[in-house]
Design a protein around this ligand. Structure first.
Ligand SMILES: Cc1cc2nc3c(=O)[nH]c(=O)nc-3n(C[C@H](O)[C@H](O)[C@H](O)COP(=O)(O)OP(=O)(O)OC[C@H]3O[C@@H](n4cnc5c(N)ncnc54)[C@H](O)[C@@H]3O)c2cc1C
Ligand code: SF4
Ligand code: SF4
Length: 458
């Protein structure tokens, strides 16, 4: 296949706002706080007219902008209908409620790990293999903005080397779907997409139109789990708060041992336990979209490749569709595996977590924080139980965010599986928040609530 250079988002004409009117209830003052600020990828004008809940997925910068009201996950969550289309069924009780539908789960890593990758490099190796084998013509992935180590730059990669060069997290909102314009312009019919859960949800909602209009014949979706993303300026602010030397960080990750580990240019590792985070300074950093997001494990991808259900140093893989299983097979010769493991009991700590959500406690004194960090690391949920715990905690936190800030949106944007996942804690929830967990009665509770149009604030 002739090698073609990648197309970067900033090479394209900036897409301005389509004047098509939208249900006024969905329009607010603009997206969340973080998105109102100019980022390396975002000029404020791009964001004007978007709904209050927007993760800057890029769709509204593309020819599909008029489809926003029908496809955006923050306007209407369509997970169940899309699951039926992709997998022919909805989630079964048990782990699928939290992890999404899957056919195979694996704990694996590249052997040897890819230098410069976020974990072992499974994601970019897979994208590169698909191009090498001619199975797809292009891969949408997030490279790095020159001169800004952690600023994403979506690219339509046409060569394996371009995909490999996009390894590593750029943990900021990235408008990957804007490149659908370039997919259309290039006449691409076989595409792979690497992206976060909201991007994948919206891409899947738009997929029938892409197939009908562009003649898209193949779409391989490689999902990464995603939580608590931020706009780029807020990422810079966040790193300033948590690191002694933010400019020299070359890699960082929120680890399964309840700490943030930051690697610096000189190889030194700086570690900050979650319990030591300066939460008072982080208020308002996370966009409302990310606090209203209910798909941490990227459940509509063909294959999800993350880490949170795996021991340190390993990756957690969920092959969800027949295509996803074929993608795992493609990588298998280059992988080593170990059995999945699980330890601890998340259900014991959940009532206390709910109380902390309802009444956030102040920061405990240092010796108590040290004890809590030790207990989390040595007695807290580990392996798959860590993944279950952290997903359930995010579901609770985000459900509360929606109820408090966007109450009238709840029935449209919170999928039914959330209530099924959290049902074991329904009594604790009702006792803590004085209202039922379930959606139907909560809508009644919201009568007169102006949350849906309330201005956003910290
Ligand atoms: C904001 C964010 C939060 C995450 N949170 C979790 C989590 O809580 N639990 C978990 O298990 N995994 C999480 N991940 C995924 C995880 O950190 C790794 O990206 C994943 O395990 C793949 O590792 P790898 O070595 O195979 O990837 P690599 O081979 O290094 O490739 C990384 C891929 O991620 C893509 N990418 C990087 N930044 C972005 C971005 N901003 N938007 C879209 N795509 C991007 C790149 O394009 C590249 O294709 C998160 C990722 C991001 C970006
Ligand atoms: S999340 Fe995407 S589809 Fe939804 S409003 Fe923002 S850019 Fe548009
Ligand atoms: S946390 Fe959710 S909304 Fe925010 S970028 Fe990640 S997938 Fe998108």
């Amino acid at each position: 296949m002739p090698e073609q250079p990648a197309t970067a988002l900033q090479d394209l004409d900036p897409a301005f706002i389509d004047p098509e009117p939208l249900d006024p209830e969905l329009l607010g003052d603009g997206p969340s706080k973080g998105l109102r600020e100019t980022t390396l990828l975002s000029r404020d004008v791009r964001l004007a007219g978007r709904p209050k809940l927007c993760s800057d997925c890029g769709l509204c910068d593309s020819f599909l902008k008029p489809e926003m009201a029908r496809t955006c996950v923050f306007v209407r969550n369509q997970t169940e209908a899309i699951e039926q289309r992709l997998f022919g069924r909805n989630r079964q009780d048990g782990d699928e409620l939290r992890f999404g539908i899957y056919r195979q789960m694996a704990i694996a890593r590249m052997k040897p790990p890819v230098p410069g990758a976020q974990w072992s490099g499974m994601v970019t190796t897979l994208g590169a293999r698909l191009l090498e084998r001619g199975e797809v013509e292009a891969v949408i992935t997030a490279a790095t903005m020159p001169g800004a180590r952690f600023a994403p730059r979506p690219i339509l990669a046409r060569t394996p080397d371009e995909v490999r060069a996009s390894a590593g997290n750029k943990p900021a909102l990235s408008p990957n779907l804007a490149l659908l314009d370039e997919v259309r312009a290039s006449g691409i019919k076989r595409l792979a997409f690497i992206g976060t859960s909201c991007q994948v949800q919206i891409l899947r909602a738009a997929q029938p139109r892409l197939e009908a209009e562009l003649g898209l014949e193949r779409l391989d979706v490689i999902g990464i789990p995603c939580s608590d993303n931020v706009a780029y300026p807020d990422l810079v602010y966040f790193l300033d708060q948590v690191s002694k030397s933010p400019q020299t960080i070359v890699h960082y990750e929120f680890m399964q041992d309840y700490s943030l580990k930051m690697r610096h240019e000189d190889g030194q590792i700086e570690q900050l336990n979650f319990i030591d985070f300066p939460m008072d300074k982080l208020d308002g950093v996370f966009p409302s979209a990310c606090l209203s997001c209910f798909d941490y494990p990227n459940s509509l991808a063909d294959i999800t490749i993350g880490y949170m259900g795996a021991p340190l140093g390993w990756q957690w893989v969920l092959a969800r569709s027949a295509r996803g299983e074929a993608l795992l097979e493609l990588l298998r010769p280059e992988l080593e595996f170990q059995p999945a493991s699980s330890a601890g009991d998340r259900s014991r700590g959940m009532p206390r977590y709910l109380q902390m959500l309802a009444n956030p406690p102040g920061k405990p004194p240092k010796p108590i924080r040290m004890l809590i960090a030790w207990l989390q690391r040595n007695r807290g949920p580990r392996g798959l139980e860590f993944a279950r715990a952290i997903i359930e905690m995010k579901l609770f936190r985000n459900l509360q965010h929606v109820r408090e800030r966007f109450g009238r949106f709840e029935q449209r944007i919170v999928p039914a599986s959330v209530y099924r996942s959290l049902a074991p804690y329904a009594e604790d929830y009702a006792a803590t928040f004085g209202r039922p967990l379930t959606a139907a009665t909560s809508a009644k509770h919201d009568e007169g609530d102006s949350g849906g149009n309330a201005p956003l604030g910290p």
